[in-house]
Each structure stands twice: as C-alpha cells, then as structure tokens.
Design a protein. Structure first.
Length: 305
C-alpha cells in the first residue's frame, strides 16, 4: 500500500480526502486571523459536533455579618448552552492545469482562497444571520435587536456621541464592551472625529495592538461580509459570543459538475467538462452562539430620506 505523501502525489491521483494536516492547520489559522468575529469572540475547543457550554450568569453575593453570627450561604448562577458545529463549504473552480501540481504545491497556492471563502461566509452568518445554519437569534444583530440595544446613525451629526451612546447601551446592563466590529471604509470617518474636548477618538494601532476607538480595539470585517444596509458598527462584551472549529477539513475534486452559481457573460452556468476545468470543494465544521443578548449593541444605518 502506497503511503500518501502530499509532496510527491499529484492532485489528479488524490482527488478526495482530508486536506493534509499541515495545510489544514494553516487554513484554519488564516480563517481565525481574518475573521472579525473570531478575532473578538471567545474560542471553544470542539472535539465533537456538539458541545455544552457552562457559563457564569450571576456571581455569589456577600453579606454583612455581626460578631459570632452565622455567615449566610449564597450560590452563583450557572447556565448551560449547547453549541453545534455546522458544515461550511466552498467550491473553487480552477483550470485543469492545476491537477498536475502535487497536493503540497496545490494547497500552498490555493490556501488563501479557501480561507477567505470560509471566513467571509462565517462572519456574514455570525454578525447578520445571512444564510445562517445556526438557530434563530444566534447572530450579533439579532441579539442586539432583541435586547433593544440599537442606536440609529445620523450622517449629519457627530459620530462621537452616537458611538458613546452605543457603548452606553451595553454598560447600562453592567457589562463592559471590549471590542468593535466595523469596516475599513469607516476609518477615514473615525480619523476625523473628535470627542467633546477636541481630542481624536481614533488611535492607530502600532502593529502589536489593533486600531482602537474610544479605547476599544477594532476588528475590521471584510467589506463583502459586512452588510452596510443593516449596521455601521457593532460592539459588546465578546466573551458572550463563542465559536468552535472542528479541525478536520475535507476536500473533493470534480471535473464533471455544472456550477449553477457561477455563470458566464450570457448567464449560462459553468460546465466544468465543457471548459476543461475542475472544481475543488472544501468543507469544515464551525460552531457559533451568543450567550447573552444584552451584551451587544449595534449602530444602525441612517435611513433619513
């Protein structure tokens, strides 16, 4: 039996299977590094498709005690929630010449594209519920809306008091926000915004720390993942958002399929056989859930006509 070595096996001879460990780890690393949600939320180790999470909802209380009096006992309130990993898939059409690469060379070249497809789709689901496989309400926009933690952004008015009010909605629940998710296209707006004392509210990161606004680090969402019709910025205590990744990433290659979602200039679906192409399908399993709605707030777009 031949030993599978990704450095000398051509892709045409290994059309199905698991992405070799070193490349799978690199894909997962790029997904985590580039997903805004994964930068902010708390990771949960997952070794099975479902995981029960236990978290502290309310801590124990203390009591004044007189001399020789019995100290009362109080209990912390712990809640449990179940997070389930869902399959996330991507199909990438590639010219057939790529089949002549070794498995190792191929995944070195295609890895960024696979990672980008994964983190963009995950952020869309986790932030806005776009094409989400997760339960109803398990996204940041839905959580903030359910908690009535939304502030309407008004383009003609200063941004500082609007962001300050957004953060205040979370603080009203005795929760400290620890990060903001937004898009890079707003950086120029942030740079020009001043607080009530005339000081900039935006601080450029130095490479070892991210950009921050009003003291909160910013995680930039890929522009194609962030729905500007639904949000301008999101904030919250991201420890109340959890994600988990099952490490196995599988792939399969086809040169016979017709890709209904990829069309040419005439609107005809891409037929791989006719184009002498193939398509790589890669899948991974990712879980996500929100533990506390009131921990999040969203600055919604200006709807002034």
């Amino acid at each position: 039996m031949r030993t599978f070595n990704p450095d000398n096996v051509l892709l045409m001879d290994a059309k199905d299977g698991n992405i070799p460990t070193q490349f799978a780890a690199a894909v997962v690393g790029e997904v985590v590094q580039n997903s805004a949600v994964m930068q902010l939320a708390q990771a949960e180790e997952m070794t099975a498709p479902k995981k029960e999470i236990t978290y502290l909802a309310e801590g124990p209380g203390a009591y004044w005690v007189g001399e020789a009096e019995r100290i009362q006992t109080s209990k912390a309130t712990w809640l449990t929630a179940e997070m389930e990993a869902k399959k996330l898939g991507v199909i990438i059409p590639v010219s057939k010449e790529f089949l002549r690469y070794t498995v190792s060379d191929f995944f070195n070249m295609i890895r960024p594209k696979i990672a980008e497809a994964f983190y963009k789709k995950f952020d869309q689901a986790a932030l806005f519920g776009t094409a989400t496989p997760y339960a109803a309400g398990q996204n940041i926009l839905a959580a903030a809306t359910a908690a009535s933690n939304t502030v309407a952004h008004i383009d003609s008015e200063p941004l500082y008091p609007q962001l300050n009010g957004l953060i205040g909605l979370v603080e009203d629940n005795e929760i400290d926000p620890d990060g903001i998710a937004t898009v890079r296209s707003l950086k120029q707006v942030f740079r020009g915004e001043l607080d009530s004392t005339g000081r900039p509210i935006f601080v450029k990161g130095d490479g070892t720390a991210p950009d921050d606004i009003l003291g909160l680090p910013i995680a930039y969402v890929n522009g194609s993942s962030f729905d500007k019709t639904k949000a301008v910025a999101m904030t919250g205590d991201w420890d109340y958002a959890r994600f988990g990744i099952l490490q196995d990433i599988e792939y399969s290659i086809s040169d016979q399929a017709t890709l209904s979602t990829v069309v040419d200039e005439g609107g005809v679906p891409l037929n791989l056989w006719e184009r002498d192409m193939f398509a790589l399908r890669a899948t991974m399993h990712v879980g996500f859930m929100v533990l506390k709605d009131e921990a999040f707030a969203v600055l919604t777009p200006d709807v002034t006509p």
